[in-house]
Ligand binder design. Sequence first.
Ligand SMILES: [Zn+2]
Length: 507
Amino acid sequence: MNTSFVTTAIPFVNALPHLGFAYELVLADALARHRRRRGRAVRFITGSDDHSRKNVIAAATEGIATRALVERNSAAFRALGPLCGVEPDDFVSTSSDPRHRVAVDWLWRACAASDNLYRRAWQGRYCVGCEAFVDDDVAVCPEHHVAPELIAEDNWFFRLSRWREPVRDAIESGRLTIVPEAARAETLAFLAGDVRDLSVSRLATRSGGWGIPVPGDPSQVVYVWFDALAYYLSSLGLGGGDGAEGALLERWWRPPGERVHVIGKGITRFHAVYWPAFLLSAGLPLPDRIFVHGYLTVEGEKISKSGRSVEVAPVVDQVGVDALRWFFVRRCRTRADSDVTRAGIAAAHDLDLADGLGNLVQRCTALGARILQGRIPEPGVETPAAASLRARAEALPALVDVALEGFALDEAAGAIGALIDAANRSLELAEPWRIARTDPAAAAAALYAPLEAARIATGELAPFVPGIARTIAARLGGGLQPGWGGLVPGAALAAGSLPIPRKARSV
Ligand SMILES: [Zn+2]
């Protein structure tokens, strides 16, 4: 399993991006960077979901054309990545990327060819916020707190009922992993119930003509979720839309390899039931894992209900991108909802990074400047304390890997923090600044293990806080390659001001 295909969901672009989607981007980016660091080939993608009727309604409210609203907001979502230190390999805007329509077309025709689509009249209750039909007994959508509207239409249906057992089997057998357990259990409970066929088209007139026409039936547009889920494969040229004759699909989706969807908890069913069913009916492989994260609240308020914009740029301006990223991975528990405050972001940064790693590097480099002419020391004879620190450092990558297998980024970050704490403690016990006066050689040797632990911790931190990792790497003379013994004795060790400045005073 040498390839990793990592994705975010694509957000509806009826409004400008807020902190909630920045969270998902950072989690997925950290996973992608971690896989790259472990030597895997990685493709990491994101995009925007442009065809929702919500966008049509939002544009009408603003008095502008739907396309104008979508292009403006999609561009803002595209800019969110760089703002958050996120580096996707691709970005698919579903209304303007020519690859996307080709892929949706292909997927539709494949489902039709395997006799999984049929047309019939029906009526149902629909939540525009969810872009989904809700059960007849739901008076108010629990996600959006509005009453669903009654819709009577002639639509295309996907034979979801036929795929209940195969999807359940994929989940129960572990071929499709859903983390955390609560999301898996919710999915299996849904599949244990009465799974009905799914309406997968809408009258084109009702959506103002906005959407991808159903192949062979232009009176209908493809249901926005069928359309949006296809983005995972339109980015890989499904149907030949990228002119590369399926080369990306063959590399990233068909062979055994990791295929991870990172999503928010409100859209589990779409990803864990509908999407696998579409794929199976089209004869395509399934994703192998779905990581489901909780929601963010900001200063105690739910983001989408707070009535005020929680834009990302002012937060990044104030606390810095690495502090925000660190807060997301260290202080937000992916398995639950988490509350974000600017003071909390600054405090976590200062406690874990400035006081922990920053202080460790600062003390080592300052003493190195004094007794070693700013050079990295020789390892010397390893003391029991140094051996114990080395054992901890060598065990760290496996701890990080296990935590990330369970989508527990906070536990991975915590394990790194524990090594930094141990290195700081070992430095305090060895007191090299005191023995430097009488035995400079012993003092220099006492610096080696904490410095090497700092270097290894920084390497493991790099997927989470890439900017800070670069700063520390430069202080320690360069490389963050894995494995004890990567420091180069005699190379320059740069002293100077605190490598990770504290934030709390500025917030
Ligand atoms: Zn809803």
